[in-house]
Design a protein around this ligand. Structure first.
Ligand SMILES: Cc1ncc(COP(=O)(O)O)c(C=O)c1O
Length: 387
């Protein structure tokens, strides 16, 4: 089924076969830590839920089909997934990471994993020459985020994958901001995709999760081994919530992205806004790269639902935040409801001042995670809050 059907069909059917013993159309939640064995070494494919669990396995098969990977490996959060990827490395191994990466990834690599002998270099990957320049004999992975959070910088996935192939380096993409519906990095040559499934895959701001999708068997087995050994797995209930939510992923992501385009254009023409950052605007420096790789399951270009706006002053941004009703001030994104955050003081609080300055991340930047409410209501609310 995974091969012949299209994205929307796979999202609903892969991993969702009715329960064999009862016929329950909604798959069961296998809330169990352990499994009865018929004899020593004889089981029905499951022995202990840290290793494998039927509900989690259903989720993993589903996500793997959506990204076009060999297998997926599910975790309890996006950070647990990223950490597991790096835990598959050895002391002194070197990783090149997008400079403008999610703040938690920066914190984990610079303040924890680097204490265990792994080496990380942060470069502006929008210019792929910077990746070439940072490669060392010990470089094992290039890890990019595209678009990045919150500057929405876009890296050319195909170009990076070519560099990695030329140098025998593995290549991973944090695809959280686009979801598998909006971008499929494995199709462009990546070896691994990472998601914070807390975001679009979950889609309702009610569950945390993370997932790695491996292109080939060897990497999948290595990552399953880290998953089983470390144990940062989602509960069967969380796996079931994600499996249910992913069925509507395509519609949610498309609608939120359509809303975001209208909102970005509105902000772009407003006098209280000094800059609107959105990949769908012709002014975005990597607009054409977005057009080449952000393609939905119908073959159409999609720009995503994240919009960052820089206000003329912090005071004006504070006024806007206090007046707006339909956007809730909260970290996270990818839910059906619209959220907003001020990354300088919230998600990126741990990023050093000089790095924020390098990224042009200013205190007046507001990041909007546009939801799927009616666009007329969102625009009316923004209009009122700006007035
Ligand atoms: C791009 C990106 N990657 C990774 C993460 C981490 O995911 P989680 O919060 O599920 O651990 C986030 C969370 O905001 C994110 O935005």
């Amino acid at each position: 089924m995974a091969k012949k059907n299209k994205f929307e069909t796979n999202a609903i059917h892969v991993g969702n076969k009715p329960d064999a013993s009862t016929g329950s159309v909604s798959p069961p939640i296998n809330l169990t830590s352990t499994f009865a064995q018929d004899g020593i070494g004889k089981n029905k494919g499951f022995d202990y839920s840290r290793g494998t669990n039927p509900t989690r396995e259903r989720l993993e098969k589903n996500i793997a089909s959506l990204e076009g990977g060999y297998d997926a490996i599910a975790f309890s959060s996006g950070m647990a997934a990223t950490t597991a990827l790096f835990q598959s490395l050895k002391q002194s191994d070197h990783v090149i990471i997008s400079r403008n990466v999610y703040g938690g990834t920066y914190r984990m690599t610079t303040q924890i994993l680097s204490n265990h002998g792994l080496k990380f270099d942060f470069v502006d990957t929008t210019n792929t020459q910077n990746i070439k320049d940072a490669i060392k004999p010990e470089t094992k992975w290039v890890f990019i985020e595209t678009p990045t959070n919150p500057m929405l910088e876009i890296t050319d996935i195909k170009a990076v994958s070519q560099i990695c192939q030329d140098h025998d380096i593995k290549f991973a993409v944090d695809n959280t901001f686009m979801s598998p519906y909006g971008q499929r990095p494995l199709d462009h040559g990546a070896d691994c995709v990472m998601h914070s499934s807390t975001k679009f895959i979950g889609g309702h701001s009610d569950v945390l999760g993370g997932v790695l999708v491996a292109k080939d068997k060897e990497l999948a087995e290595r990552l399953h081994f880290v998953q089983k050994s470390g144990g940062a797995i989602p509960s069967p209930f969380d796996a079931w919530l994600l499996l249910r939510s992913v069925k509507t992923l395509s519609m949610r992501v498309q609608k939120a992205s359509d809303n975001a385009m209208v909102i970005a254009k509105y902000f772009d023409s407003h006098s209280k806004i000094s800059k609107t950052i959105y990949p769908g605007l012709g002014s975005h420096p990597e607009h054409s790269v977005a057009q080449s790789q952000q393609i939905n399951s119908h073959g159409d270009i999609i720009y995503g639902s994240m919009v960052s706006v820089v206000f003329n002053s912090k005071n004006e941004m504070d006024n806007f935040i206090s007046k707006i009703n339909l956007f809730t001030l909260a970290e996270s994104l990818g839910g059906v409801e619209s959220l907003m955050s001020v990354p300088y003081f919230m998600t990126h609080a741990d990023v050093p001042e000089e790095v924020k300055a390098e990224m042009n991340l200013v205190p007046e930047l507001l990041r909007l995670a546009v939801g799927i409410e009616h666009i007329d209501d969102l625009i009316a609310d923004i209009d009122h809050a700006l007035s």
